[in-house]
Design a protein around this ligand. Structure first.
Ligand code: BGC
Length: 735
């Protein structure tokens, strides 16, 4: 449809019809197949279901087509309904969780994964995915760090853009694609003490420099929707924050798509105490420009009254409705209301070998090798014991893989048996302990142990026998699937107690141990790292995670992942991130450090830093060579920073060369380092390659004392290395 047709349609719609375009129903109101019947009480009447503009949480091509048919028959203008779903890291074929995808430092891999998700979801009737989550995360106590690509604004920006490109393709109208929704606007990752659904207090310069770039990158990549966040930002809940939504999102970031609230976030404005009732909450959200009310009846019950009372103008409603109509039009729903939904197509696509290959490749690229003493990995022993709850627990997805079936994931035991089938390697498998301690609180329930003490002892006995028998033990440990994701804040970010106890006993009994960790957030691993020979972080690796593990432990694939988020010694260090602001009293690298910025009982640095990760080889990076030591502010070309990277080890491997810049003097305090570029190089033993980066003036801009983004003349340090801890640097001056 042309814009004029959309405007004509808008003009012809009744007020009720218009308001209902702004209402999103939860999928459960549609019981049965064809059905505009049985509306849940929570959202009102049968009429609501006939008119609501969108639905959340449904999939299934035939079911969605039937609902769409019934809906369009009743909708006075036969306007199609939008079907939205959280396809976060997989619809049927599951990629690694977003934090794992962050560890790939590989936008192409991330984009390919998003393409797979879009293809499968779209064939299954989905029009919009509530992804990517662009929230910057610096506090591992917050369980939703699993859904982010990490602590760095530049890495997030690159990967968020890649996800949007993958989901939407050239044109989301295309049946292989869906519309993307960048969330949660804004700064949800800054929640106080990492506790979900709470306050965020943030200075404007940190907000603009650190937290907003990820969302902006998604918007610049063309995302059709943005979602508000649950938190307050400096005292105002996002869904009521006019400055944030109008001045920043619309005017500054030029976002002209649909702004949807998070689940019930408009109703929560009342809980926050910003309004006495839902009507006032609705007015605040409308004024802020929130177009769709996700799953409450606030808009549905209030907008007409607000209009009658003169508290809002009809223009405000029209502005929101036209955006919703445009989105439907952009998805081509007026021509094909099913958007190519096709059960046969899904049958062919879902979990196809091609999709599994993409998931496997993404997973193995996401694993981060934290330690590898005396080449404990790859495995060479002939007698191997695989021990731990993750040996048999094949749910390597996350709680954000809602529409997929965990039975489609391969478990470690299966993958290892396939790997060594027909070889002279003997393997034993033992669970060793339960995943969780009795009474552990999870997001939805409290875990209750299913085993008697005698059964627990038997598990341990079997594990220790296997450990003693083996030449090398692979411990498969981790968080429970329900310990990370939404509503899983924890003050203690250790492995579950039964697993820690198992670990202690196994390392004592075994000759050599390799520890694999399955996790959705950084964990305290210092003690484990001291006691195990090799340590590999595998995240929540998805459908093909176990095959990816087999590829890596066998040496078919050298690890190449880099930490996208710091792993602290203790959660008490949080927030901890590599790009902290410089201090007036830096802790000296050597000598006495009293009255400097430090902890008495813990290093300032995390245990494992952002950008860190080993391979099966060794690399050397030469000194940084700059093409010039001065950069003119007005020069468009910039200067080049180059290094030579050499593989000095014995295996072919891929390294990620990272460029960091430090602004030595600024009108406002500056971070000690900021990532500005990265490149992957794959080198055979003995091979070397020059890697270079362009440094241009725009990379040096920040939110200055003039309250605008600009660069300031002066000296800058350029670091190039294999981790954020690199001190390999050269200096130049911006003139
Ligand atoms: C989450 C969002 C999600 C929405 C819809 C909310 O609880 O915060 O990230 O997209 O639910 O499922």
């Amino acid at each position: 449809m042309k814009e004029t047709d959309l405007q004509a349609l808008l003009k012809d719609m009744s007020l009720e019809e218009k308001i209902m375009q702004l209402v999103q129903l939860p999928g459960w109101v549609f019981q049965g197949d064809a059905a505009v019947t049985g509306l849940a009480d929570a959202t009102g009447s049968e009429r609501v279901k006939m008119l609501a503009g969108s639905t959340l949480g449904l999939w299934g091509a035939d079911r969605i087509k039937a609902i769409q048919d019934a809906y369009m028959k009743n909708q006075p203008h036969h306007i199609p309904m939008l079907f939205m779903l959280d396809v976060i890291h997989g619809h049927k074929t599951v990629m690694p969780c977003p934090l794992g995808q962050g560890a790939t430092f590989d936008p192409d891999t991330v984009k390919k994964g998003a393409e797979v998700q879009a293809k499968e979801a779209s064939a299954d009737g989905v029009h919009v995915t509530f992804s990517p989550m662009a929230d910057l995360v610096r506090d591992a106590r917050w369980g939703r760090v699993l859904e982010s690509t990490g602590e760095d604004k530049y890495l997030n920006s690159r990967l968020v853009a890649a996800m949007v490109e993958g989901y939407q393709g050239e044109d989301p109208k295309d049946a292989d694609h869906v519309a993307a929704c960048v969330k949660h606007f804004a700064a949800y990752g800054g929640a106080e003490a990492g506790r979900d659904y709470t306050n965020v207090e943030l200075s404007e310069h940190t907000l603009r420099e650190q937290y907003l770039p990820g969302y902006r990158a998604g918007i610049d990549a063309g995302a059709k929707l943005v979602m508000t966040s649950f938190n307050t930002l400096n005292g105002i809940p996002s869904s009521a924050n006019k400055w944030l939504m109008r001045d920043i999102l619309r005017d500054d970031m030029k976002f002209d798509g649909v702004l949807i609230s998070d689940w019930a976030a408009i109703a929560e404005i009342k809980n926050w105490g910003l309004s006495e009732d839902f009507k006032e909450a609705s007015r605040l959200a409308m004024e802020a420009g929130v177009d769709i009310d996700m799953c409450t009846d606030c808009y549905q019950n209030s907008l007409e009254d607000l209009l009658k009372e003169g508290a809002i103008k009809e223009d405000l409603i029209d502005e929101a409705v036209i955006r919703v109509l445009r989105l439907k039009n952009d998805l081509g729903l007026f021509e094909d209301p099913y958007h190519g939904a096709d059960a046969d197509k899904l049958q062919k696509l879902a979990l196809s070998p091609e999709h599994r290959d993409i998931a496997r490749d993404a997973a193995r690229k996401s694993f981060v090798l934290l330690k590898n003493d005396e080449n404990a990995l790859p495995l060479t022993a002939k007698k191997l014991a695989f021990i731990g709850p993750y040996v048999t627990d094949n749910n390597l997805h996350s709680t954000w893989a809602i529409s997929c079936d965990e039975n489609h994931a391969i478990g470690i035991e299966t993958a290892v048996k396939e790997l060594y089938d027909g070889s002279d390697v003997e393997c034993r498998f033992a669970v060793g302990c339960e995943m969780l301690a009795d009474g552990t609180e999870l997001s939805r329930e409290t875990y209750t142990s299913k085993l008697s003490d005698a059964e627990k002892e038997a598990l341990l006995k079997e594990a220790l026998e296997a450990a003693r028998w083996a030449d090398e033990v692979v411990l498969c440990l981790g968080e429970d699937i329900c310990q990370s994701g939404e509503s899983t804040s924890r003050v203690s970010i250790t492995l579950p107690k039964p697993q820690l106890a198992l670990f202690e006993k196994v390392v004592k009994a075994a000759k050599k141990t390799v520890t694999l960790i399955f996790n959705g957030r950084p964990l305290e691993l210092d003690d484990i790292s001291k006691k195990t020979d090799a340590l590999l972080v595998c995240w929540r690796p998805g459908t093909e995670g176990a095959h990816a593990v087999a590829d890596v432990i066998s040496g078919k694939f050298s690890p190449q992942g880099k930490l996208p988020m710091s792993f602290p010694y203790t959660a008490a260090q949080a927030p901890v991130h590599y790009d902290s602001y410089s201090t007036g009293r830096p802790k000296p690298t050597e000598g006495p450090s009293m009255f400097t910025s430090r902890f008495l009982d813990c290093p300032n640095e995390p245990r494992y830093r952002f950008g860190y990760g080993l391979t099966y080889s060794k690399f050397e990076v030469s000194e940084v060579k700059l093409s010039a030591d001065k950069l003119e502010k007005t020069a468009s070309a910039g200067i080049t920073a180059a290094v030579s990277v050499k593989n000095v080890g014995n295996a072919e491997a891929t390294e990620t060369v990272q460029l960091y810049i430090r602004d030595l003097v600024g009108s406002r305090v500056r971070p000690v380092k900021e990532l500005k570029g990265f490149k992957k190089v794959t080198l055979a033993p003995g091979e070397s390659k020059e890697v270079s980066f362009q440094i241009t003036e725009d990379m040096l801009r920040f939110w200055t004392m003039n309250n605008c983004f600009e660069s300031e003349t002066g000296k800058f340090k350029v670091f190039v290395g294999l981790c954020s801890c690199t001190e390999n640097a050269a200096e130049f001056e911006l003139i």
